[in-house]
Design a protein. Structure first.
Length: 60
């Protein structure tokens, strides 16, 4: 997504802006892994992340 994952989504009637969709996706993926990994016998506290280009900055 690059920069587009971090654009704000402003809704005038709510008088607020929600941004950082890229980080929200990353957090949601980690929560999903935390719930899913035990089903496969894996340790959810031992996850290795790998990022490429703009995603690499998020996993460091």
């Amino acid at each position: 997504l690059g920069v587009y994952g971090f654009l704000g989504r402003c809704e005038p009637e709510a008088r607020s802006c929600a941004g950082n969709a890229g980080l929200s996706d990353l957090v949601a993926a980690l929560k999903m892994l935390s719930n899913l990994l035990p089903s496969f016998g894996a340790d959810p506290n031992s996850v290795t992340l790998l990022g490429w280009e703009s995603g690499a900055a998020l996993v460091t």
